[in-house]
Design a protein around this ligand. Structure first.
Ligand code: CAA
Length: 307
């Protein structure tokens, strides 16, 4: 489904943007994590989702994750309360109209993202910056479907957002310096570190991490080891904080598959072909933690390997 470029912003209308209000589109694990850290850093946040139920669940998740940080003495109880008070939720994109920066965190399907950009650009201020948290899709291509390619950038957070120090910044071919500098300053205000990636498939982290996860799934598929052995091997043998299959469930197996497909199509190298077992799990709807079942079954009181 193609969306032509919308009303272009005249080039002489370059503006610098100071970020005060941040819109987050999508209230899943990445969206609610970004809303969490932005509110903690003092930004006003509007969390948007088409589903009121998901918005309600997201606010509860954010409160739970903030409470975990209070329990670990990472933040004070006051900070938790103030952060929650800074987050408003909106089930319509109109609620984002006065945001200075909007970050899209929808499902890793390009047509879904392009539709969101088409609709949200129509309500935003001309000077607002539009960012995507995509894990792998071309920033340049996504930017071209908006009315503001110069003000479009990839701001790629890692899961879980409150704990992971890194954010990848990816410029599209048209992203201007002011947008890049503003995004860099925003990430620094979140207390995170920036890695700058060129706009190539899966950027840096996922270009390296997902083939490793895919290889772990091949290791399972070919019967080299079972789920427990593979995850124990990498946790104890390589000091990974989570085993690759546990991590795949945490990221979401549908997201893992999308990233491998982007690598395989974008780099045209068979080494990136997704493991057939990953495809099978996604086709079964076993997407990991978010569906209570993936390489582990999370429906009991402790995760049980499904293979
Ligand atoms: N949201 C959801 N779950 C969270 C969380 C959060 N903000 N913070 C912690 N958790 C979970 C942990 O997974 C753990 O779950 P279980 O008890 O069910 O196992 C539990 O809460 C306890 O976590 P702790 O707070 O005690 O923290 P920890 O010391 O156990 O570390 C962790 C948790 C930070 C997730 C750590 O295991 C880790 O760093 N794992 C690796 C994560 C990783 O590699 N992320 C990058 C993935 S790539 C990516 O994200 C990019 C992409 O585009 C896909």
């Amino acid at each position: 489904m193609g969306f032509g470029a919308l009303r272009a912003i005249p080039m002489d209308k370059e503006m610098t943007v100071s970020i005060k209000k941040v819109g987050v589109i999508g209230s899943g694990q990445m969206g609610n994590g970004i809303a969490h850290v932005a509110a903690l850093a003092g930004f006003d946040v509007v969390l948007n989702d088409v589903s009121d139920d998901r918005l309600k669940n997201a606010m509860a998740t954010i409160n739970g994750n903030l409470s975990r940080q209070v329990a670990k003495k990472i933040i004070t109880e006051d900070a938790r309360k103030q952060a929650l008070d800074r987050i408003a939720s909106a089930s319509s994109l109109d609620g984002l109209a006065d945001c200075d920066l909007v970050i899209e965190t929808a499902v890793e399907r390009e047509e879904v993202k392009r539709k969101i950009f088409h609709d949200v650009c129509a309500v935003l201020k001309p000077e607002a910056i539009v960012a995507t948290n995509t894990s792998s899709i071309s920033i340049t291509r996504l930017a071209a479907s908006t009315d503001r390619p110069e003000k479009f950038i990839g701001i790629h957070f890692m899961n879980p957002v409150p704990q992971m120090e890194l954010v990848e910044l990816i410029r599209g071919i048209a992203t201007d310096d002011d947008t890049f500098d503003t995004a860099k300053e925003f990430v620094a205000k979140l207390g995170k570190q920036v890695a700058v990636s060129e706009d190539f498939p899966a950027f840096i982290v996922n270009r390296i991490l997902l083939p490793m996860i895919n290889e772990a799934i091949y290791t399972l598929y070919e019967g080299v080891g079972n789920v427990e052995a593979i995850d124990a091997a990498m946790k104890l043998g390589a000091h990974h904080p989570m085993g690759p299959l546990e991590l795949a469930d945490f990221i979401g197996l549908d997201t893992c598959l999308s990233i491998m497909q982007v690598l395989h199509e974008g780099l045209a190298d068979s080494k990136y072909r997704p493991c057939p077992l990953l495809v099978k799990y996604v086709e079964a709807g076993w997407l990991g933690r978010k569906t209570q079942r993936g390489f582990y079954d999370y429906r009991g009181d402790k995760p049980v390997p499904t293979r």
